[in-house]
Design a protein around this ligand. Structure first.
Ligand code: SF4
Ligand code: SF4
Length: 151
């Protein structure tokens, strides 16, 4: 499977080792985003980066699996319960409640991701991007053109 490198800008400490080891210059860009056109997925930058700020991802994602209605219904029940718990925690004071609020949100998002509901190529993601593109969001418009929905 062809892979491509991506850089997590939050973790990048600008040590620039990746720039030295990259054989194609893909890591050396003005905006710090790795140039997917030039990247061959060799992984040298991943090994070189001491901050673990670069990793390889599939260049193209496989089609989503179809989900039965009962699976979707179970997912909705789970996610709804997590969102209710998040809402309850948000009304409480103190740090423990904040942690509870956050962990319920993360669990709900994980469930949606695991079930393929939030994959970039999913129908839901496309609908979400379309809504933003219609409001004039140029980035959403660009992403819509780049990501093929394959559901
Ligand atoms: S080697 Fe890692 S930390 Fe250094 S510039 Fe590259 S991505 Fe950033
Ligand atoms: S995977 Fe290879 S080609 Fe791609 S950015 Fe890293 S070093 Fe460069």
């Amino acid at each position: 499977m062809k892979k491509t490198a991506v850089r997590n800008l939050r973790l990048c400490t600008k040590e620039c080792l990746c720039l030295f080891v990259c054989p194609t210059g893909a890591a050396d860009t003005e905006n710090s985003i790795i140039d997917a056109e030039k990247c061959t997925g060799c992984g040298r930058c991943v090994e070189a980066c001491a901050s673990s700020a670069i990793y390889l991802v599939p260049a193209e994602y496989p089609p989503q699996q179809k989900h039965d209605d009962d699976v979707l219904s179970a997912m909705n029940t789970f996610v709804t319960s997590k969102l209710e718990a998040e809402h309850t925690a948000s009304a409480l004071p103190d740090r423990f409640a904040r942690a509870l609020e956050r962990s319920n949100r993360i669990m709900a998002e994980d469930l949606l991701r695991e079930s393929g509901y939030m994959l970039p190529q999913s129908r839901n993601a496309k609908k979400f991007l379309k809504e933003h593109a219609e409001k004039g969001n140029e980035r959403a418009e660009k992403l819509l053109k780049m990501i093929k929905a394959n559901e």
